[in-house]
Write a new protein. Structure first.
Length: 297
């Protein structure tokens, strides 16, 4: 028993000594290779940092940004109002309508008017109105003349708006990843490869941002077109299918009549000239009387 304990003790002492020697050797080796181990660790950490935003971290960040998006309804509204105004009151009505829209923080877009000599005037003016003020402004505009009807439409773009925001957040997360990679690139080949990918990502960001800006503008400001006519003025464009067909037929007849008139105007001088030529030819071929012969007794 005592011999066995002594053998175990000797073995433990030998193991401690061997561990001390190997620890010293490893320490020396570590001191010589420290400059290589640290960059490798940094590279691994960088790879993990770069992979994380593109994967789980990127999706998490994108989702966080999506949650910050205003989820209020995004509705695109348009309206066209037909009004009849008093004789000679077209310009005054346009000015009054502009004042109504300006008080509501709306925007005057443009107008077109027709003032033929001796005939009733007509025209239209376009406004952009904040969504919150759409209904009150519409009521005021209808009171500026005799109401003759309207056409209106609404389009819910909330889903499209939220989807674009989510896509934009994801692409911006990828853009940040490529920007970090570009800072860490050490060779021309790596720089070119990262820049190519970065350009594609930024192109997608610009495209999505443009679509998003358009939706924000359309859903933040409603479009109102005010069509104004004086008594006796020509009506606006026909809206019914039969009315449009009738207008097309009438316009076609007018075009045909105009073409026939042009043809007559162009052919008349030619016909006259051809008649004169025929008369000249007939005069030349007419038999002449023989003046040298004497009449019979």
């Amino acid at each position: 028993m005592q011999l066995r304990r002594a053998a175990v003790g000797v073995a433990l002492v030998a193991m401690v000594v061997a561990a001390g020697c190997s620890g010293g050797g490893d320490g020396a080796g570590a001191g010589g290779g420290e400059g290589q181990v640290a960059p490798a660790a940094d590279a691994a950490a960088s790879a993990r940092d770069e992979a994380a935003p593109a994967g789980k971290a990127g999706s998490t960040e994108a989702a966080a940004q999506v949650r910050l998006v205003d989820l209020g309804n995004r509705i695109v509204r348009t309206a066209t109002i037909d009004l009849e105004v008093g004789k000679g009151g077209l310009n005054d009505t346009v000015n009054r309508a502009t004042d109504v829209v300006t008080r509501a923080k709306g925007i005057y877009v443009g107008s077109s008017t027709s003032l033929p000599d001796g005939e009733p005037a007509s025209g239209q003016v376009t406004f952009r109105i904040p969504v919150d003020a759409f209904e009150p402004v519409l009521r005021e505009l209808k009171g500026l003349g005799t109401y003759r009807g309207e056409q209106s439409s609404t389009e819910d773009v909330t889903t499209q708006y939220v989807d674009l925001n989510g896509q934009l957040a994801a692409w911006r997360a990828q853009e940040r990843v490529y920007l970090r990679l570009l800072d860490r690139a050490r060779s021309v080949t790596d720089v070119i490869a990262v820049q190519n990918q970065l350009q594609q990502v930024q192109s997608n960001i610009e495209r999505l941002q443009g679509q998003l800006d358009h939706l924000e503008d359309q859903s933040s400001f409603s479009t109102v077109v005010l069509r104004l006519t004086e008594p006796g003025a020509a009506a606006g464009e026909p809206t019914g299918r039969l009315a449009r067909a009738w207008a097309t037929a009438v316009n076609g007849l007018g075009v045909m009549a105009a073409a026939v008139l042009v043809g007559v105007v162009w052919l008349t001088p030619l016909v006259v000239l051809a008649g004169l030529v025929l008369l000249g030819l007939r005069a030349l071929h007419r038999p002449r009387p023989n003046l040298g012969s004497t009449p019979p007794a």
